[in-house]
Design a protein around this ligand. Structure first.
Ligand SMILES: [Zn+2]
Ligand SMILES: [Zn+2]
Ligand SMILES: [Zn+2]
Ligand SMILES: [Zn+2]
Length: 578
């Protein structure tokens, strides 16, 4: 089959369906998509709220619990222990399929009737880590998201196997570290990005196997370097003292000096290693993976993201997070020995042949179900025999095409589309979508996405951080009782990144800052998060040519053509750096 150009129903831009895409759709017996890959990703991501938690009361036991849903969301919210209990049965909410209404209208209603989990993650594996979401196996962690197997970590996301870390994004196997993006196996690393197996590092980028480096870029196995220059141990220590005397204004000067070195040093066109035939960024140990982002140990996948636990095989439009899965399509979060899942959200543990379902585990042959475990042959939470199920399923698919759901912007959802924006449980700006595809309220309204205005939580700040002395060691311990006003509050940026107006410094955090001579943060955790993710590669890909003179190599890179970096192909980069 040849490739075909289509017009996206959502953004009206053209997109190409390649022969390999058609083959995949044929194999999974699904129609070809009517949304472009980016709009498909956005449509899935609006079902995922990592960071916006509020207190609600569990509808079953009445206790206060932290939730990704708001009080007025219209969902029946159960706290984690009630949700896991035998005190309720999702099958009690089962309904007959109604051929007088579109499927998605019926599913949207079912979602609001069946109790839903207050938030997601491995609740039973968390020790003193209630204030986290999408996490498992944590001990003494606070406000971290999408993270696992860590201890004493505060603020951040994608924190894996870490200990004593504050304010990081995408770190794995790190200890005693602050303010980093995409670092692995580092110890005492601060304000840095893209570093591996390095220790005692400050304000650096792209270091491997280095120790005692400050403001360095693209070094390998170096010791005692400042701004890419070598020093003796004694001179290094002397100079460092002067650079990190706790003067806040020095940070921006240091950062601009590092940026200058960075912009004069060639960058590799992509992050990742040990791949065969891959296109995308942050891809590791994978084969035949295309147009994907943050993928480890996957094979034959496309338009996928956050496949963090190997393996994933033969998946298209699959967002999160692997662990021995195959044949997943148009799904947000499917994991753990799961196969043939389409148009679904949160399906796990030995599930097979699942369509249009949500929050189900250990299920086989289900369609349009919500909150089920250990069930098969169910539709809208109602039990059928195998024969009844198969007959009804083909009628429903026909009905979805004959009476499609049409949303308020005129987008048509037949069989083969993920859930419509209208029935998504969260507002666009409360979801991870806003991190990757930030928009303003007016855009959201124009596109028919829900929007939640930033609520002024009526915190009355007791202190402005600027009034404090610069050196963290002079900050009084009483700071932990203060409500500090976020430096970004009220500006345009703060509206986009859900600034919380004010924030606190907790006791463990203050100890950490004092121990490592880190300046107190000036903005709230949300604003800090948005500042940090600017250091992460974008999710967009651009076709570009290697910038080394004479090299003709071309590649797909997340560095946009207008960016200032010198971008090199693999070969030229290796020659330059090693
Ligand atoms: Zn589109
Ligand atoms: Zn409860
Ligand atoms: Zn803020
Ligand atoms: Zn080159």
């Amino acid at each position: 089959m040849d490739s075909e150009i289509r017009i996206c129903q959502n953004c009206s831009k053209s997109f190409t369906i390649e022969p390999e895409d058609f083959n995949f759709y044929k194999k999974l017996q699904v129609p070809s998509p009517t949304f472009c890959p980016q709009c498909r990703l956005i449509r899935r991501l609006v079902w995922r709220n990592d960071r916006y938690l509020s207190k609600v009361n569990c509808r079953l036991c009445g206790d206060s619990t932290l939730s990704t849903f708001t009080k007025d969301s219209g969902y029946v919210i159960y706290c984690p222990s009630c949700y896991r209990s035998d005190d309720w049965d999702p099958m009690d909410y089962g309904v007959n399929y109604d051929f007088s209404k579109p499927f998605f209208t019926q599913f949207g209603k079912l979602m609001k009737r069946v109790p839903t989990r207050a938030k997601s993650g491995g609740y039973a594996t968390l020790i003193n880590s209630d204030y986290t979401n999408l996490t498992s196996n944590l001990k003494n962690c606070y406000l971290i998201y999408n993270s696992d197997y860590s201890e004493n970590c505060i603020y951040g996301s994608e924190i894996e196997n870490c200990k004593d870390c504050v304010d990081n994004t995408m770190i794995n196997g790190c200890e005693q570290s602050y303010g980093n993006v995409n670092c692995q196996k580092c110890y005492k690393i601060f304000y840095s990005s893209d570093c591996i197996e390095s220790s005692d590092i400050w304000f650096s980028h792209d270091l491997i196997g280095c120790m005692n480096c400050f403001g360095c870029v693209a070094l390998r196995n170096k010791n005692y370097h400042i701004f890419n220059k070598s020093y003796t141990k004694e001179d290094y220590q002397e100079k460092i003292k002067e650079l990190s005397d706790g003067d806040y204004n020095k940070i921006s000067k240091i950062e601009s000096k590092v940026r200058e070195i960075y912009l004069n040093t060639p960058q590799r066109y992509v992050h990742g290693k040990q791949n065969i035939n891959t296109i995308g960024d942050y891809i590791y140990n994978s084969k035949d993976v295309k147009n994907s982002y943050m993928v480890i140990g996957a094979q034959n996948c496309k338009y996928s993201m956050w496949l963090m636990i190997p393996t994933a095989k033969d998946c298209w439009d699959y967002t999160g997070y692997g662990n021995n899965v195959d044949q997943i399509y148009e799904t947000l979060t499917a994991s753990k020995n799961t196969s043939n899942v389409k148009f679904s959200n949160m399906i796990s543990t030995n599930s097979l042949n699942v369509e249009y379902s949500r929050n189900c585990r250990d299920v086989q042959n289900i369609f349009g179900c919500n909150g089920l475990g250990k069930k098969q042959y169910c539709i809208l939470n109602k039990q059928y025999t195998k024969e009844e199920y198969e007959e009804l399923i083909s009628k429903i698919k026909q009905h979805m095409n004959d009476m499609p759901y049409i949303d308020k912007k005129g987008r048509i959802y037949k069989y083969g589309e993920f859930f419509p924006f209208d029935i998504a449980p969260y507002a666009y700006n409360q979801t991870t979508t806003q991190e990757f595809f930030p928009i303003k309220k007016q855009d959201a309204e124009r596109l028919g996405y829900r929007w939640q205005d930033v609520v002024d939580k009526n915190y009355i700040p007791t202190i402005k951080i600027g009034t404090l002395t610069d050196s963290v060691n002079d900050v009084p311990d009483s700071i932990i009782n203060e409500i500090i006003e976020c430096a970004e509050w009220g500006n345009e940026k703060s509206k986009i990144q859900n600034c919380t107006k004010a924030f606190r410094v907790i006791a463990n955090e203050l100890d950490f800052y004092k121990k490592h001579n880190i300046l107190l943060p000036r903005s709230c955790p949300n604003c800090r998060h948005y500042d940090r993710i600017k250091k992460r590669s974008s999710i967009f890909l651009y076709h570009r040519k290697c910038m080394k003179e004479g090299c003709q190599n071309e590649f797909e890179t997340s560095y946009a053509p207008e960016r200032q970096e010198i971008v090199y192909c693999e070969k030229c980069y290796q020659q330059e750096v090693y």
